[in-house]
Ligand binder design. Structure first.
Ligand SMILES: [Zn+2]
Length: 265
């Protein structure tokens, strides 16, 4: 009953969700356990994807499903979409969601930080590329203007007005001003390029540490899961061995009794 009042259900993404997303399509059932498994995955050529970011789900990530429309989202992406939002509505349907129902694990919080750093790097690389293009255009236009003024300044060209002292003065001043303007603009763009490059490098350094931390946690979880699996297998093997021993012992007893009674007869 408790699950029915929930607005969001969460679960860990498994290989079955990734490989067989259509197996989770809503079915007409009154069984709450079966209902709990129903998900309307958005499937692309990359497999089932998050309804917000449209990026494929990875095994081990936490999926959040809106109980109104049954569409699936990456839990940490849904949490992020709720930040600074007073009304937490499903990104696909108008169903109001209770954000407190999503509890992010330490690993998912770490992955949220990784997402933010990746987005920051992408945004800054975009701005960096823009500034580089602007600098190229600036230099190109400056060279073009320079060539135009060089034509006016050509001393071999007798027909031009370069012999006129007033024009000569205007051209000289214009060249100096243009050069100063260009150098200033160039310096500003170069400073911006350096600033974005530094920020990107800082982001990449932090990202590398976060990715290492994520790797350690995932490896620790995998080791824990392996130890659990090994312990379960050992228990099963012990139970099977015990049954086998009981079976063999029973068989031997029956065999012994049968032969004893046969020879006694
Ligand atoms: Zn919804």
């Amino acid at each position: 009953m408790a699950s029915e009042s929930r607005t969001i259900k969460t679960f860990e993404c498994t290989a079955r969700h990734v490989n067989y997303p259509t197996h989770f399509l809503p079915i007409d059932t009154t069984n709450p356990k079966e209902k709990e498994k129903c998900v309307r995955f958005t499937v692309t050529e990359l497999g089932p994807v998050c309804g917000i970011k449209q990026e494929p789900f990875k095994i081990g990530e936490i999926i959040a499903v809106c109980n109104g429309c049954l569409n699936a989202f990456l839990a940490r992406t849904l949490v992020r979409s709720f930040i600074n939002s007073k009304v937490t509505v499903c990104p696909i349907c108008p169903y109001v969601l209770n954000k407190d129902e999503i509890k992010l694990t330490h690993l998912e919080k770490l992955r949220l930080q990784i997402d933010l750093h990746n987005e920051n790097i992408d945004l800054r690389e975009y701005h960096l590329e823009q500034r580089r293009e602007e600098l190229k255009t600036l230099s190109k236009n400056h060279q073009k203007d320079k060539r135009t003024l060089d034509k006016l300044w050509d001393p071999d060209d007798q027909s031009s007005s370069n012999e006129d002292p007033e024009i000569k003065q205007i051209v000289t001043e214009s060249r100096i001003k243009d050069e100063i303007l260009f150098e200033n603009s160039k310096k500003t763009k170069e400073e911006e390029i350096d600033r974005f490059s530094c920020l990107i490098n800082e982001n990449k350094e932090i990202l590398s540490k976060l990715l290492n931390e994520e790797k350690k946690i995932v490896e620790a979880q995998e080791t824990k899961q392996f130890i659990q699996w090994r312990n379960e297998m050992t228990k099963k093997a012990l139970v099977i061995s015990a049954f086998a021993l009981v079976f063999i012992a029973s068989f031997k007893i029956i065999q012994y009794n049968f032969f004893c009674s046969f020879f006694n007869d």
